[in-house]
Design a protein around this ligand. Structure first.
Ligand code: GLN
Length: 425
C-alpha cells in the first residue's frame, strides 16, 4: 500500500487515450507538474488547495500516449531538497531500504516505481532530483539535455537548470517514456527540434563495444568506499563488454556546488515571488497594509524554502550581485567548457550518482550544508545543460542501493541510454 511509504500527495486516477505507446501503463507524476483538475501542491502548504486549470505539456503527451496517471507524487517543497523530507506532507520512506530516505526531490516518483505503485514516473531535475532518488531507490532515472523536454506547466524552481525526466525499473522503459515526453513545444521557447522524432527506446541495445568511457577523478575521490567499489566493479563489467575506460579531469567541478546553489537560489527568489496570496498561494488576508498581507501569506513556506528565498534575494541585491551571482555564472561557463573539452576525447563520462548510500531518515535535516554537498556529482550536469542517466549498480551494506551516472554530450541521450543498458546486462 502506498500509504506505508507516503508516496502520493494526491491519489487520483486519470485515464489517457484508448491506445498509444503507453496504453495499459500506469504513471506517477511529480506534484510540481500541472494536472488539469487535479490538485498540484509542489509539496507545499502554500499550494495546499491549488488546482491547475490546464495540463503541463508532458501530461498532455502522457494522456495522448494512452498512459493512466495514478497520482501526484510527494516531493521536497518546490523541489528544494535531496531527501523528500522538506515536504509539507511528511517524508517518503524508501521502499528499497527501510529506515532510509528515498532521495529527492523526486522521492515520491522514485519510490512509486520501486514499490510497484506505478510502472513509470515523471520527476524534475534541477540539480539531481531525478538521478538522486533513482540511485537511492534502485531504479533508473534520466535528466534530459536542457531544451529536450517542455517545461510548460512545470512549476519553476530554477528555470535555467531544470528539466522534467523519466523514472522506470529499466533503461529501456525510461527511454520509452522519454520518447513520449520529449520534442519541441511551441509553448516553451527553450525547447529544440532535436527530439522531434526520437527513438531512444531502440538505443537500449546494451552495445558498448568500442565505446570510450571517461571517469572524472574529481567525482570519485570523495565517495564512500562501498560506493566506489560498486562503481569500479561496474566499470570492470563494461570493460569486459568491450568498452575502454580512461581517467579525465574536470577541475571546475570543485566549484560546481557553490555556483549551483547561488544560481538556483537566485532564480528561486524570483520564481517564487508569485506566491504572494494575490497571484498564487494562501492569502493572509488584507487589513490595510500590503507588505503585511504579503509577508503573512509567505508564512506558508517551509524553512528550507524561506532560507533559499532569503539567500537568493541577497545574492541578487545591488552591491552583492557581482560578488555572488556573476561569479556563479562565470563558474557555470567554466564547467560547461570543461565538459566540452572532456567530450573531445571520450564518448560518455561516468561517476557514482551519489557519493554515499541513502541517508538515514532525519540525518541531513539539521545540516543543510551537508545536504547541499551530497549534490556534488549531479549539479555539474545541470550547470552544463547536459543529459545524464542513473542506473542501479548493485548494493552495499546489506541492501542499500547504489547508482552509477553516465553523462553525455548535449543531445547525446542515445549514447547514455546505450551504455546504461549495458550495465543491466
Ligand atoms: N538537491 C538539489 C536542490 O535542493 C536539487 C534539487 C532538484 O533537482 N530539484 O536544489
Amino acid at each position: 500500500m502506498s500509504a506505508d511509504y507516503n508516496i502520493f500527495v494526491t491519489e487520483e486516477t486519470v485515464e489517457g487515450a484508448d491506445d498509444g505507446p503507453l496504453a495499459g501503463r500506469t504513471v506517477a507524476v511529480k506534484d510540481n507538474i500541472s494536472t488539469e483538475g487535479v490538485r498540484t501542491t509542489c509539496g507545499s502548504e502554500m499550494l495546499d488547495d491549488y488546482v491547475p486549470p490546464y495540463d503541463a505539456t508532458v501530461v498532455e503527451r502522457l494522456k495522448d500516449a494512452g498512459a493512466t496517471i495514478v497520482g501526484k507524487a510527494n516531493m521536497d517543497e518546490f523541489g528544494m531538497g535531496s531527501t523528500t523530507e522538506t515536504s509539507a506532507f511528511g517524508p517518503v520512506e524508501n521502499p528499497a531500504a527501510p529506515g532510509r530516505v528515498p532521495g529527492g526531490s523526486s522521492g515520491g516518483s522514485a519510490a512509486a516505481v520501486a514499490a510497484g505503485e506505478a510502472d513509470l514516473a515523471l520527476g524534475s531535475d534541477t540539480g539531481g532530483s531525478v538521478r538522486n532518488p533513482a540511485a537511492f531507490c534502485g531504479v533508473v532515472g534520466i535528466k534530459p539535455t536542457y531544451g529536450l523536454v517542455s517545461r510548460y506547466g512545470l512549476v519553476a524552481y530554477a528555470n535555467s537548470l531544470e528539466q522534467i525526466g523519466p523514472l522506470a525499473p529499466t533503461v529501456a522503459e525510461a527511454a520509452e517514456l522519454l520518447d513520449v515526453i520529449s520534442g519541441p513545444d511551441e509553448r516553451d521557447a527553450t525547447t529544440r527540434d532535436e527530439a522531434a522524432d526520437s527513438d531512444y527506446a531502440s538505443a537500449a541495445t546494451g552495445e558498448v563495444d568500442g565505446l570510450t568511457v571517461g571517469v572524472p577523478t574529481e567525482l570519485v575521490e570523495g565517495a564512500h568506499e562501498g560506493v566506489r567499489e560498486r562503481f569500479e566493479a561496474t566499470l570492470d563489467d563494461l570493460r569486459a563488454q568491450g568498452a575502454t575506460v580512461e581517467e579525465v579531469s574536470l577541475p571546475s567541478v570543485e566549484h560546481a556546488v557553490e555556483a549551483y546553489y547561488v544560481i538556483a537560489m537566485s532564480e528561486a527568489s524570483s520564481n517564487l515571488a508569485r506566491f504572494d496570496g494575490v497571484r498564487y498561494g494562501q492569502s493572509g488576508g488584507f487589513e490595510g497594509n500590503w507588505n503585511e498581507a504579503f509577508s503573512e501569506s509567505r508564512e506558508a513556506f517551509g524553512e528550507e524554502v524561506k532560507r533559499r528565498i532569503l539567500l537568493g534575494t541577497y545574492a541578487l541585491s545591488a552591491g552583492y550581485h557581482d560578488k555572488y551571482y556573476k561569479q556563479a555564472q562565470d563558474a557555470r561557463a567554466w564547467v560547461k567548457q570543461d565538459f566540452d573539452e572532456a567530450f573531445a576525447s571520450v564518448d560518455v563520462l561516468a561517476s557514482p550518482t551519489m557519493p554515499t548510500p541513502p541517508f538515514e531518515v532525519g540525518e541531513s535535516l539539521d545540516d543543510p550544508l551537508q545536504m547541499y554537498l551530497a549534490d556534488a556529482n549531479t549539479v555539474p550536469v545541470n550547470l552544463a545543460d547536459l543529459p545524464a542517466i542513473s542506473v542501479p549498480a548493485g548494493e552495499v551494506e546489506g541492501g542499500l542501493p547504489v547508482g552509477i551516472q553516465f553523462v553525455g554530450p548535449a543531445f547525446g541521450e542515445a549514447e547514455i541510454i546505450r551504455v546504461g543498458s549495458a550495465v543491466e546486462n
